[in-house]
Design a protein around this ligand. Structure first.
Ligand code: NDP
Length: 412
């Protein structure tokens, strides 16, 4: 073999070895969900770049086992302990450490990894996301409920651990991209856009007849069931306002929502000098996820390019709070601050679950959340209404859930 060819081959091998050595470690909490699956779809196209440390799921042992065989993590955890035997059997002979229960999820979040995707849905994501943040690595935060329920505590923990938190939610990710290190003092207002959900044109009477299959099918964004229902009630946008309040340290008066049915502009930043900066992209969650996976670099994706000529026009309108009262409830909770967002989130999770179980109707979701939020003075007695420690957050959340369950029984 010619010297030159040998040298080139050696170089290729060295380059490959170097690439392999520098593969970035990555864990995914909520790997079987919508965000988890989109993350792994990107990872699959970048296998030379990432090495999976840990994967988690709650119930879906079969899918988790399948992911383990494909991505070969060091560790996998399933939240629901009854599913553990199934997971163990499916992965017999594989060299993967397995665990179950909340402890298993926390262990997955605690395993050292350069990047952790926090994509568990709901309040259940709080403890594992908090454990991930404490590592001080890059946390790609999809789980918004942890910021709504425990925003101040969460942000303080992240700051203390010097954790870089990258928002996955497309609107917050857009704003993060726009700001790109700009001082927060430059910001006059932040606007989150909303598609308006599947029922944007529905009358009150039509909204009252919305069924679970109707509410779980978003016209633009394919997502998990809970966030799809939240998007249909516009509670999702309310939760996102609270999320933005903490992520970008803005007072409630500087945050608002604009309905933009095409979902091409994801976030707008109004600056003090009168300039308005917007971020645009095809509505595809793989774009903000790829941003987080690549940060500070950009990863290529095979997402459809944005074709503005084909789209033709971009429309905007104010949200209709009369037909979608959940948005106003969230704004009220944001303005009240303290434990109010924790109560809002707990009541909403119970209301959404009750709607999914067909115990209450679609328009009873805001009724229930409003009733529980009205009990704030009574709930404030729980741990003095403070949400400064995880124990206080858990106590307030659990008491709000208890009251919400009582209200479900009354409404049902
Ligand atoms: P999914 O319902 O699709 O997936 C949720 C994931 O979390 C699954 O892996 C699920 O496991 C796991 N999980 C569910 N319940 C628990 C629990 N109690 N304990 C531990 N793990 C649990 O949700 P999404 O991917 O749609 O959303 C995840 C988070 O990201 C949510 O907070 C959502 O608001 C946010 N988000 C989602 C977006 C999206 O496009 N989907 C966009 C922006 C934010 P299993 O499959 O076994 O049930």
């Amino acid at each position: 073999m010619a010297k030159e060819t040998v040298a080139r081959e050696t170089m290729t091998r060295e380059t490959l070895a170097r690439k392999k050595m520098t593969r970035e470690t990555l864990s995914i909490l909520g790997a079987t969900g919508s965000v988890g699956s989109s993350t792994l779809a990107i990872v699959e196209q970048q296998t030379e770049r990432f090495e999976i440390v840990a994967l988690t799921a709650q119930n879906n042992a079969t899918q988790l086992a399948d992911l383990c065989r494909r991505f070969k993590p060091q560790f996998a955890a399933i939240g629901n302990e009854t599913q553990f035997p199934k997971l163990k059997e499916a992965l017999q002979g594989c060299d993967i450490e397995l665990a179950a229960g909340t402890e298993g999820l926390i262990e997955a979040a605690t395993r050292p990894a350069a990047r952790i995707m926090a994509a568990i849905s709901g309040f259940a994501g709080l403890a594992p996301s908090l454990a991930a943040v404490k590592q001080g690595s890059i946390v790609m935060l999809a789980n918004k409920e942890c910021l709504v329920s425990a925003g101040a505590l969460f942000m303080a923990t992240a700051a203390q651990a010097k954790c870089r938190m990258l928002p996955v939610d497309s609107e917050h990710n857009a704003i993060y991209q726009i700001l790109d290190g700009r001082p927060l003092s430059d910001i006059k207002r932040l606007i989150l856009t909303a598609s308006g959900g599947p029922f944007r044109h529905f009358t009150q009477a039509e909204l009252a007849k919305v069924t679970v299959p109707m509410a779980t099918k978003h016209p633009i964004w394919p997502m998990g069931a809970k966030i799809s229902i939240d998007s249909a009630t516009l509670m999702n946008k309310g939760l996102e306002l609270i999320e933005a309040q903490y992520l970008f340290a803005q007072p409630p008066a500087c945050l608002d929502v604009l309905v933009h049915p095409q979902s091409i502009i994801h976030g707008l930043v109004y600056l003090h000098d009168g300039a308005v900066l917007a971020q645009m992209a095809t509505p595809d969650m793989r774009i903000p996820i790829a941003y987080c996976l690549g940060w500070p670099h950009r990863l290529p994706t095979d997402c459809a390019p944005l074709d503005l000529e084909h789209i033709g026009k971009l429309e905007f309108e104010a949200p209709d709070i009369a037909r979608f009262p959940c948005l106003q409830l969230a704004k009220t909770a944001m303005q009240l601050g303290g434990g109010a967002p924790t109560i809002l989130n707990a009541a909403n999770e119970i209301a959404v679950a009750a709607f999914q179980a067909e115990k209450i109707g679609f328009m009873q979701i805001p009724v229930l959340v409003g009733t529980v939020l009205d009990k704030l003075p009574q709930l404030i007695g729980t741990a003095n209404g403070a949400v400064d420690s995880i124990e206080q957050v858990l106590a307030l959340d659990s008491e709000a859930r208890r009251i919400a369950e009582e209200e479900v029984a009354k409404l049902g």
